[in-house]
Design a protein around this ligand. Structure first.
Ligand code: GUN
Length: 297
């Protein structure tokens, strides 16, 4: 190996911007033809700094796409009953098509209980067991935003991944499991590896497609990547450098992996920008679904 090969960079920022522009057109069309403006309600409990940034970005991009944005900021001391009452009110509100309760919730609140209280037909996060079941049985309605974004990035370099071996690193309900379902639906051969897997590196070496979503900085090394493989890096980790400054890195060691892969997503600017764009896509799907229109956008 000369080590001189360099992977194609998958530009998530540009692909997300193009998707948002396409959604804005579809929203304008829905409004003109049906008089309906898709509405997204976001509930933020407490003052987690990262969540505040997410929620601000969500609001701005929702409005920019021509959708209605409803923000509900509740204090960290909010009771279980008050939060469930808020969810119930949003479930009943006809102007609200999508509901997102920002995670993480303060420790005294049970995230599973709260997420399960969201009307599955408004669950634009795709976290409700009904939506996980719909995805697993070929009836997908709302698929979690990050895996959908990963699939769109993958398909930007390979339109049909049918028959390829995809290895998903991580088994969370938010990324790993739904990602595996999407790849299976796309006719990939799918392996899920995780912290208890024996010979994780050996399995990754067999992958035509690697999706890294385990949350450990630069865990996947370049010599685990099959030459020409497509690498989608979901990780966002802040690491401290020798000079004391911090830097954002993925779950993949980009410097070495990009010498071997055929195509790779950078961090930042890869999967990250796709997530909110896919949330807006799910909100449009929710509005269309309620009107009895085809869910596809
Ligand atoms: N916190 C960070 N990302 C997300 C997300 O996609 N959905 C929700 N509900 N909370 C998050």
């Amino acid at each position: 190996m000369s080590g001189s090969a360099t992977a194609q960079l998958i530009d998530g920022k540009a692909i997300a911007a193009a998707l948002r522009a396409q959604l804005a057109d579809a929203v304008a069309k829905l409004k003109a033809e049906h008089g309906v403006v898709p509405g997204l309600a976001v509930v933020l409990v407490g003052d987690d700094p990262a969540s505040q940034v997410y929620v601000r970005n969500k609001h701005a991009q929702t409005v920019e796409a021509g959708m209605a944005s409803f923000e509900h900021r509740l204090p960290a001391s909010t009771s279980r009953e008050a939060l469930l009452a808020m969810v119930d009110q949003l479930n009943k509100d006809p102007l609200v098509h999508g509901i997102l309760v920002q995670l993480p919730l303060p420790a005294h609140l049970d995230a599973t209980e709260v997420l399960n209280a969201i009307d599955p037909d408004k669950d634009v996060d795709g976290f409700h067991p009904v939506n996980a079941g719909r995805l697993a049985t070929g009836q997908a309605l709302f698929v979690p935003c990050t895996p959908v974004g990963c699939e769109l990035l993958l398909r930007s370099v390979i339109a049909d991944p049918s028959g390829l071996h995809a290895v998903v690193i991580g088994r969370s309900n938010i990324v790993g499991k739904p990602m595996a379902q999407l790849l299976l639906a796309a006719n990939c051969t799918v392996t899920i590896v995780h912290s208890r897997t024996r010979d994780l590196a050996g399995l990754v070496r067999q992958a035509d497609i690697v999706v890294a979503a385990l949350g450990r900085a630069e865990f996947v090394k370049g010599d685990w990547i099959k030459p020409g493989a497509i690498v989608i890096d979901v990780g966002i980790n802040r690491i401290e450098q020798a000079d004391g400054k911090t830097r954002l890195v993925g779950d993949v060691d980009f410097a070495s992996a990009s010498q071997v892969a055929g195509a790779i997503t950078p961090v930042p600017g890869g999967v990250g920008p796709m997530t909110i764009a896919c949330l807006l896509r799910n909100t449009l799907i929710a509005a269309r679904y309620r009107l009895g229109l085809d869910g596809q956008v």
